[in-house]
Write a protein that binds this ligand. Structure first.
Ligand code: PEP
Ligand code: MN
Length: 336
């Protein structure tokens, strides 16, 4: 339920209303926007009577939220959420690029890539230590050793790191990781999402290959319902009948999600296309569609990459993409 109130949190009449709702065992989320203050009431509000609430003098409007996701819903929080990743902001006009190899292979590889990601304007270093591979015989990642390498790169470059968690058994290893990535395959691992609600760290939640935007928002809701509002959504392509590309980038998911939720939305043009030569076009299209950031795979020697070499940009192409990304980003600002 959403209640639009006259006055701010400090006003006595608003306070009286909040206490009345809380006395009925609901939690009230107060969002003080520039023009309006909104109270979000979360839980089974069917027992709350709209006319009783409307009778409070502070109330301007009361609405039940029709959509199944509540905390993630734009109506609960009119302004864009800005997620702070160890000082790097994403969302609400802050656009950033996360980049790095598909998987962590060696210390030299990651340090080389981290240096050039930073040099060309990437703000966050990506790299998989625990890899979700379709075949059990494919390289599964360096696991805890890979995390150590990423942490070393973070120390040397100052870039925050994003890396995928595949099992809650490894959560304790992620203490110094800046963003926990939940991959497409785990988007609906509800036990995991519930635990991530207790973590006070940004979560990068990737859309499953066969999931709707509503399902993605409900997965975000699991994390938020547990108390963690730092969720960044990622459109990474879905499975369709098209086979030329690895997935089909659902570009419309960007404006759709931006309308439905206040959470930041980023795009992964690498996994969406599966082809390095398509990454630039998809990256630029994503910015034009309103994305708050990108996550791009890049490798110092794509031909020898242990995972996803075909979609990985080498340093030169990464630098070229970054130049265009920055130009388009500025142009988009001028349109606002
Ligand atoms: C990845 O980003 O390394 C990855 C495996 O992506 P996805 O979960 O989107 O397939
Ligand atoms: Mn990959």
């Amino acid at each position: 339920m959403v209640i639009v109130v006259k006055g701010n949190r400090e006003s006595q009449q608003v306070d009286e209303l909040i206490r009345w709702i809380e006395a009925r065992d609901f939690t009230v989320q107060v969002n003080e926007g520039v023009h309006k203050t909104i109270l979000g009431v979360v839980g089974d509000t069917s027992t709350l009577d709209i006319s009783s609430i409307s009778s409070f003098p502070a109330v301007e409007d009361v609405k039940r939220i029709q959509e199944p996701y509540k905390k993630a819903n734009r109506v609960m929080h009119l302004e864009d959420t800005v997620v702070d990743v160890s000082g790097v902001k994403i969302g609400g006009g802050h656009f950033e690029v996360m980049a790095g190899p598909c998987s962590v292979e060696t210390k030299e590889q990651v340090l080389t890539i981290a240096e050039y990601v930073k040099k060309h304007g990437g703000a966050i270093l990506r790299g998989g230590a625990f890899k979700p591979r379709t075949s059990p015989y494919a390289f599964q990642g360096l696991k805890d050793k890979g995390l150590e390498i990423l942490l070393e790169a973070k120390k040397r470059t100052g870039l925050p790191i994003v890396t995928e968690l595949m099992s809650l058994d490894n959560l304790h290893l992620f203490e110094n990781v800046d963003i926990i990535q939940i991959g497409a395959r785990n988007m609906q691992n509800f036990a995991m999402l519930k635990e991530l609600g207790k973590v006070k760290k940004p979560i990068l939640l990737k859309r499953g290959i066969a999931n709707t935007t509503e399902e993605l928002l409900l997965s975000a809701e699991y994390i938020m319902a547990g108390g963690n509002d730092n969720v960044i959504l990622c459109e990474r392509g879905i499975r369709t009948f098209e086979t030329y590309t690895r997935s089909t980038l659902d570009i419309s998911a960007v404006p759709v999600l931006k309308k439905l939720t206040h959470l930041p939305v980023i795009v992964d043009p690498s996994h969406a296309s599966g082809k390095a030569e398509l990454v630039e076009s998809l990256a630029l299209a994503s910015i034009a569609a309103g994305a708050d950031g990108l996550i791009i795979e890049t490798h110092n020697n794509p031909k020898c990459a242990l995972c996803d070499g075909a979609q990985s940009l080498n340093e030169e192409s990464f630098a070229k993409v970054m130049t265009k990304v920055n130009k388009l980003k500025e142009f988009m600002k001028s349109l606002k």
